[in-house]
Unconditional design. Sequence first.
Length: 368
Amino acid sequence: MKNIINIAYVPGDGIGPELIKVAIDTIDLLFQDLKEIKVNFTLCDIGYDTWAKTEEFIFEYGRKFGGISEEKIKGISNTDAMLYIATSGGDFPTEFTTPFPVLRRRFNVFANVRPAFSYPNTPFLKKDIDFVLVREQTEGMWMGEEKVLDSNVIKATATISRDASMKVAKFAFEMARKRNKLKKVTCIHKENVLKYAFGEFVKSCELVAKEYEDIALEKMHTDVLPFELIRNPHHFDVIVTTNMYGDIISGETAAITGGLGVSPSGEYGDNYAIFRPVHGSAPDIAGKNIANPIATFLSVVMMLEWLGDRKEMELLHTFSMILKKSVIETLKEGKSLPQDIGGDATTEEFKVEVWKKIKDYKGGFING
C-alpha cells in the first residue's frame, strides 16, 4: 500500500546492532504521531554471527554464501527497502563468502551509489567536494566466481555484459541530469589492457551518451583517476565504473571527504534498494558506544529520498531533508563530534544532538 512503508533491517556484526538501533529509532522519531503513514520493520538476521550460530548458507555460482537462507530472502521480498550496517566477511572460512552478492543478484540491485561530499568539521581533503560514484555490482570480479584448477592455480572470472553495462550507464546519466551540476559522466575503465571486456563497458557508455545530448561523457583510465581525485576532485560530477574498480575507488573517495564514518551508500534496482554505511563492522569498538553514526544517518537520508520517489510521497522527501540538515548543523556546531573525525563524543551524544534538531525542524515544519 502507498501509505505503508515496509523496511527490512539487518543488524549484521560488530557495531551493526548498535547503529541499526540508531537508524530505526531515528525513523520512529521522524514518523512519530503521524497517523497517515505506517512504517513496519522486518528483522533480517544475516551475516557472520548468524552463520556461526546456524551454519546456514546458500550455494550458487559455485560458492557458499554464509549466514543467509532462502527463508530470509523470502521475508525480504515483502519489503520496500533494506537498511544494512555491516557483516564481518573476513571471519568466514575460505570456502564461504558474505551474503551480499546473493542479495544483489536476487533483488537485481545493480547500481551502487556512493556520494562524496565535504561535510563541515570533517577531515576532508578540500572544501566543496561534491560528486557521486556509481558502480555496477551484479557482475564483474567481485561476484566471487572462482575455481581451483589445481594446487597451484586459481581462476577468478570477471563477466562484463552489454545489458548490465548499459543499465548502469543509463542510471549514471539520469543521475547527472537530476543533479544538474556539472552535467558530466566520467567512465572509468582499462580498455587499453582488456580491450574486449572494458571495451564493452566503454561502448555501452558511449551508446547511452547519445541519448543524453545535455550530458557530457568523459573517458578516463582507472590508474589515472586516483591521481585526479586528489589533484582536482572538483572536476567530477558522476563517475561510473565496473564492480571491482568501483569498490577500490570508493575507499579513496571516502578518504578525501572525511573518512568511512561519514560515507553512506545506496544500492539501487528497478524495484528494490539497499542502504548502508560504507564502513565495516569494526568489531574492535563494538559495544563501546563510540561508533560514528553519521554514515548511518546519511544512509537513512538516501533511503527516505528513494522511498519518497517510489511512493510518490513528498513528506518522505521532507523528512530526508530534515535529517540531512540536522546532521549538517550538528557538524557545523562542532561541539559534539564523533571520535574518528577528531571529536570526543559518543554515539549516543552525537545522536542526541541530531535528534534535538530533528525535533526543532519537524516542529517548525508541522506548525509552519
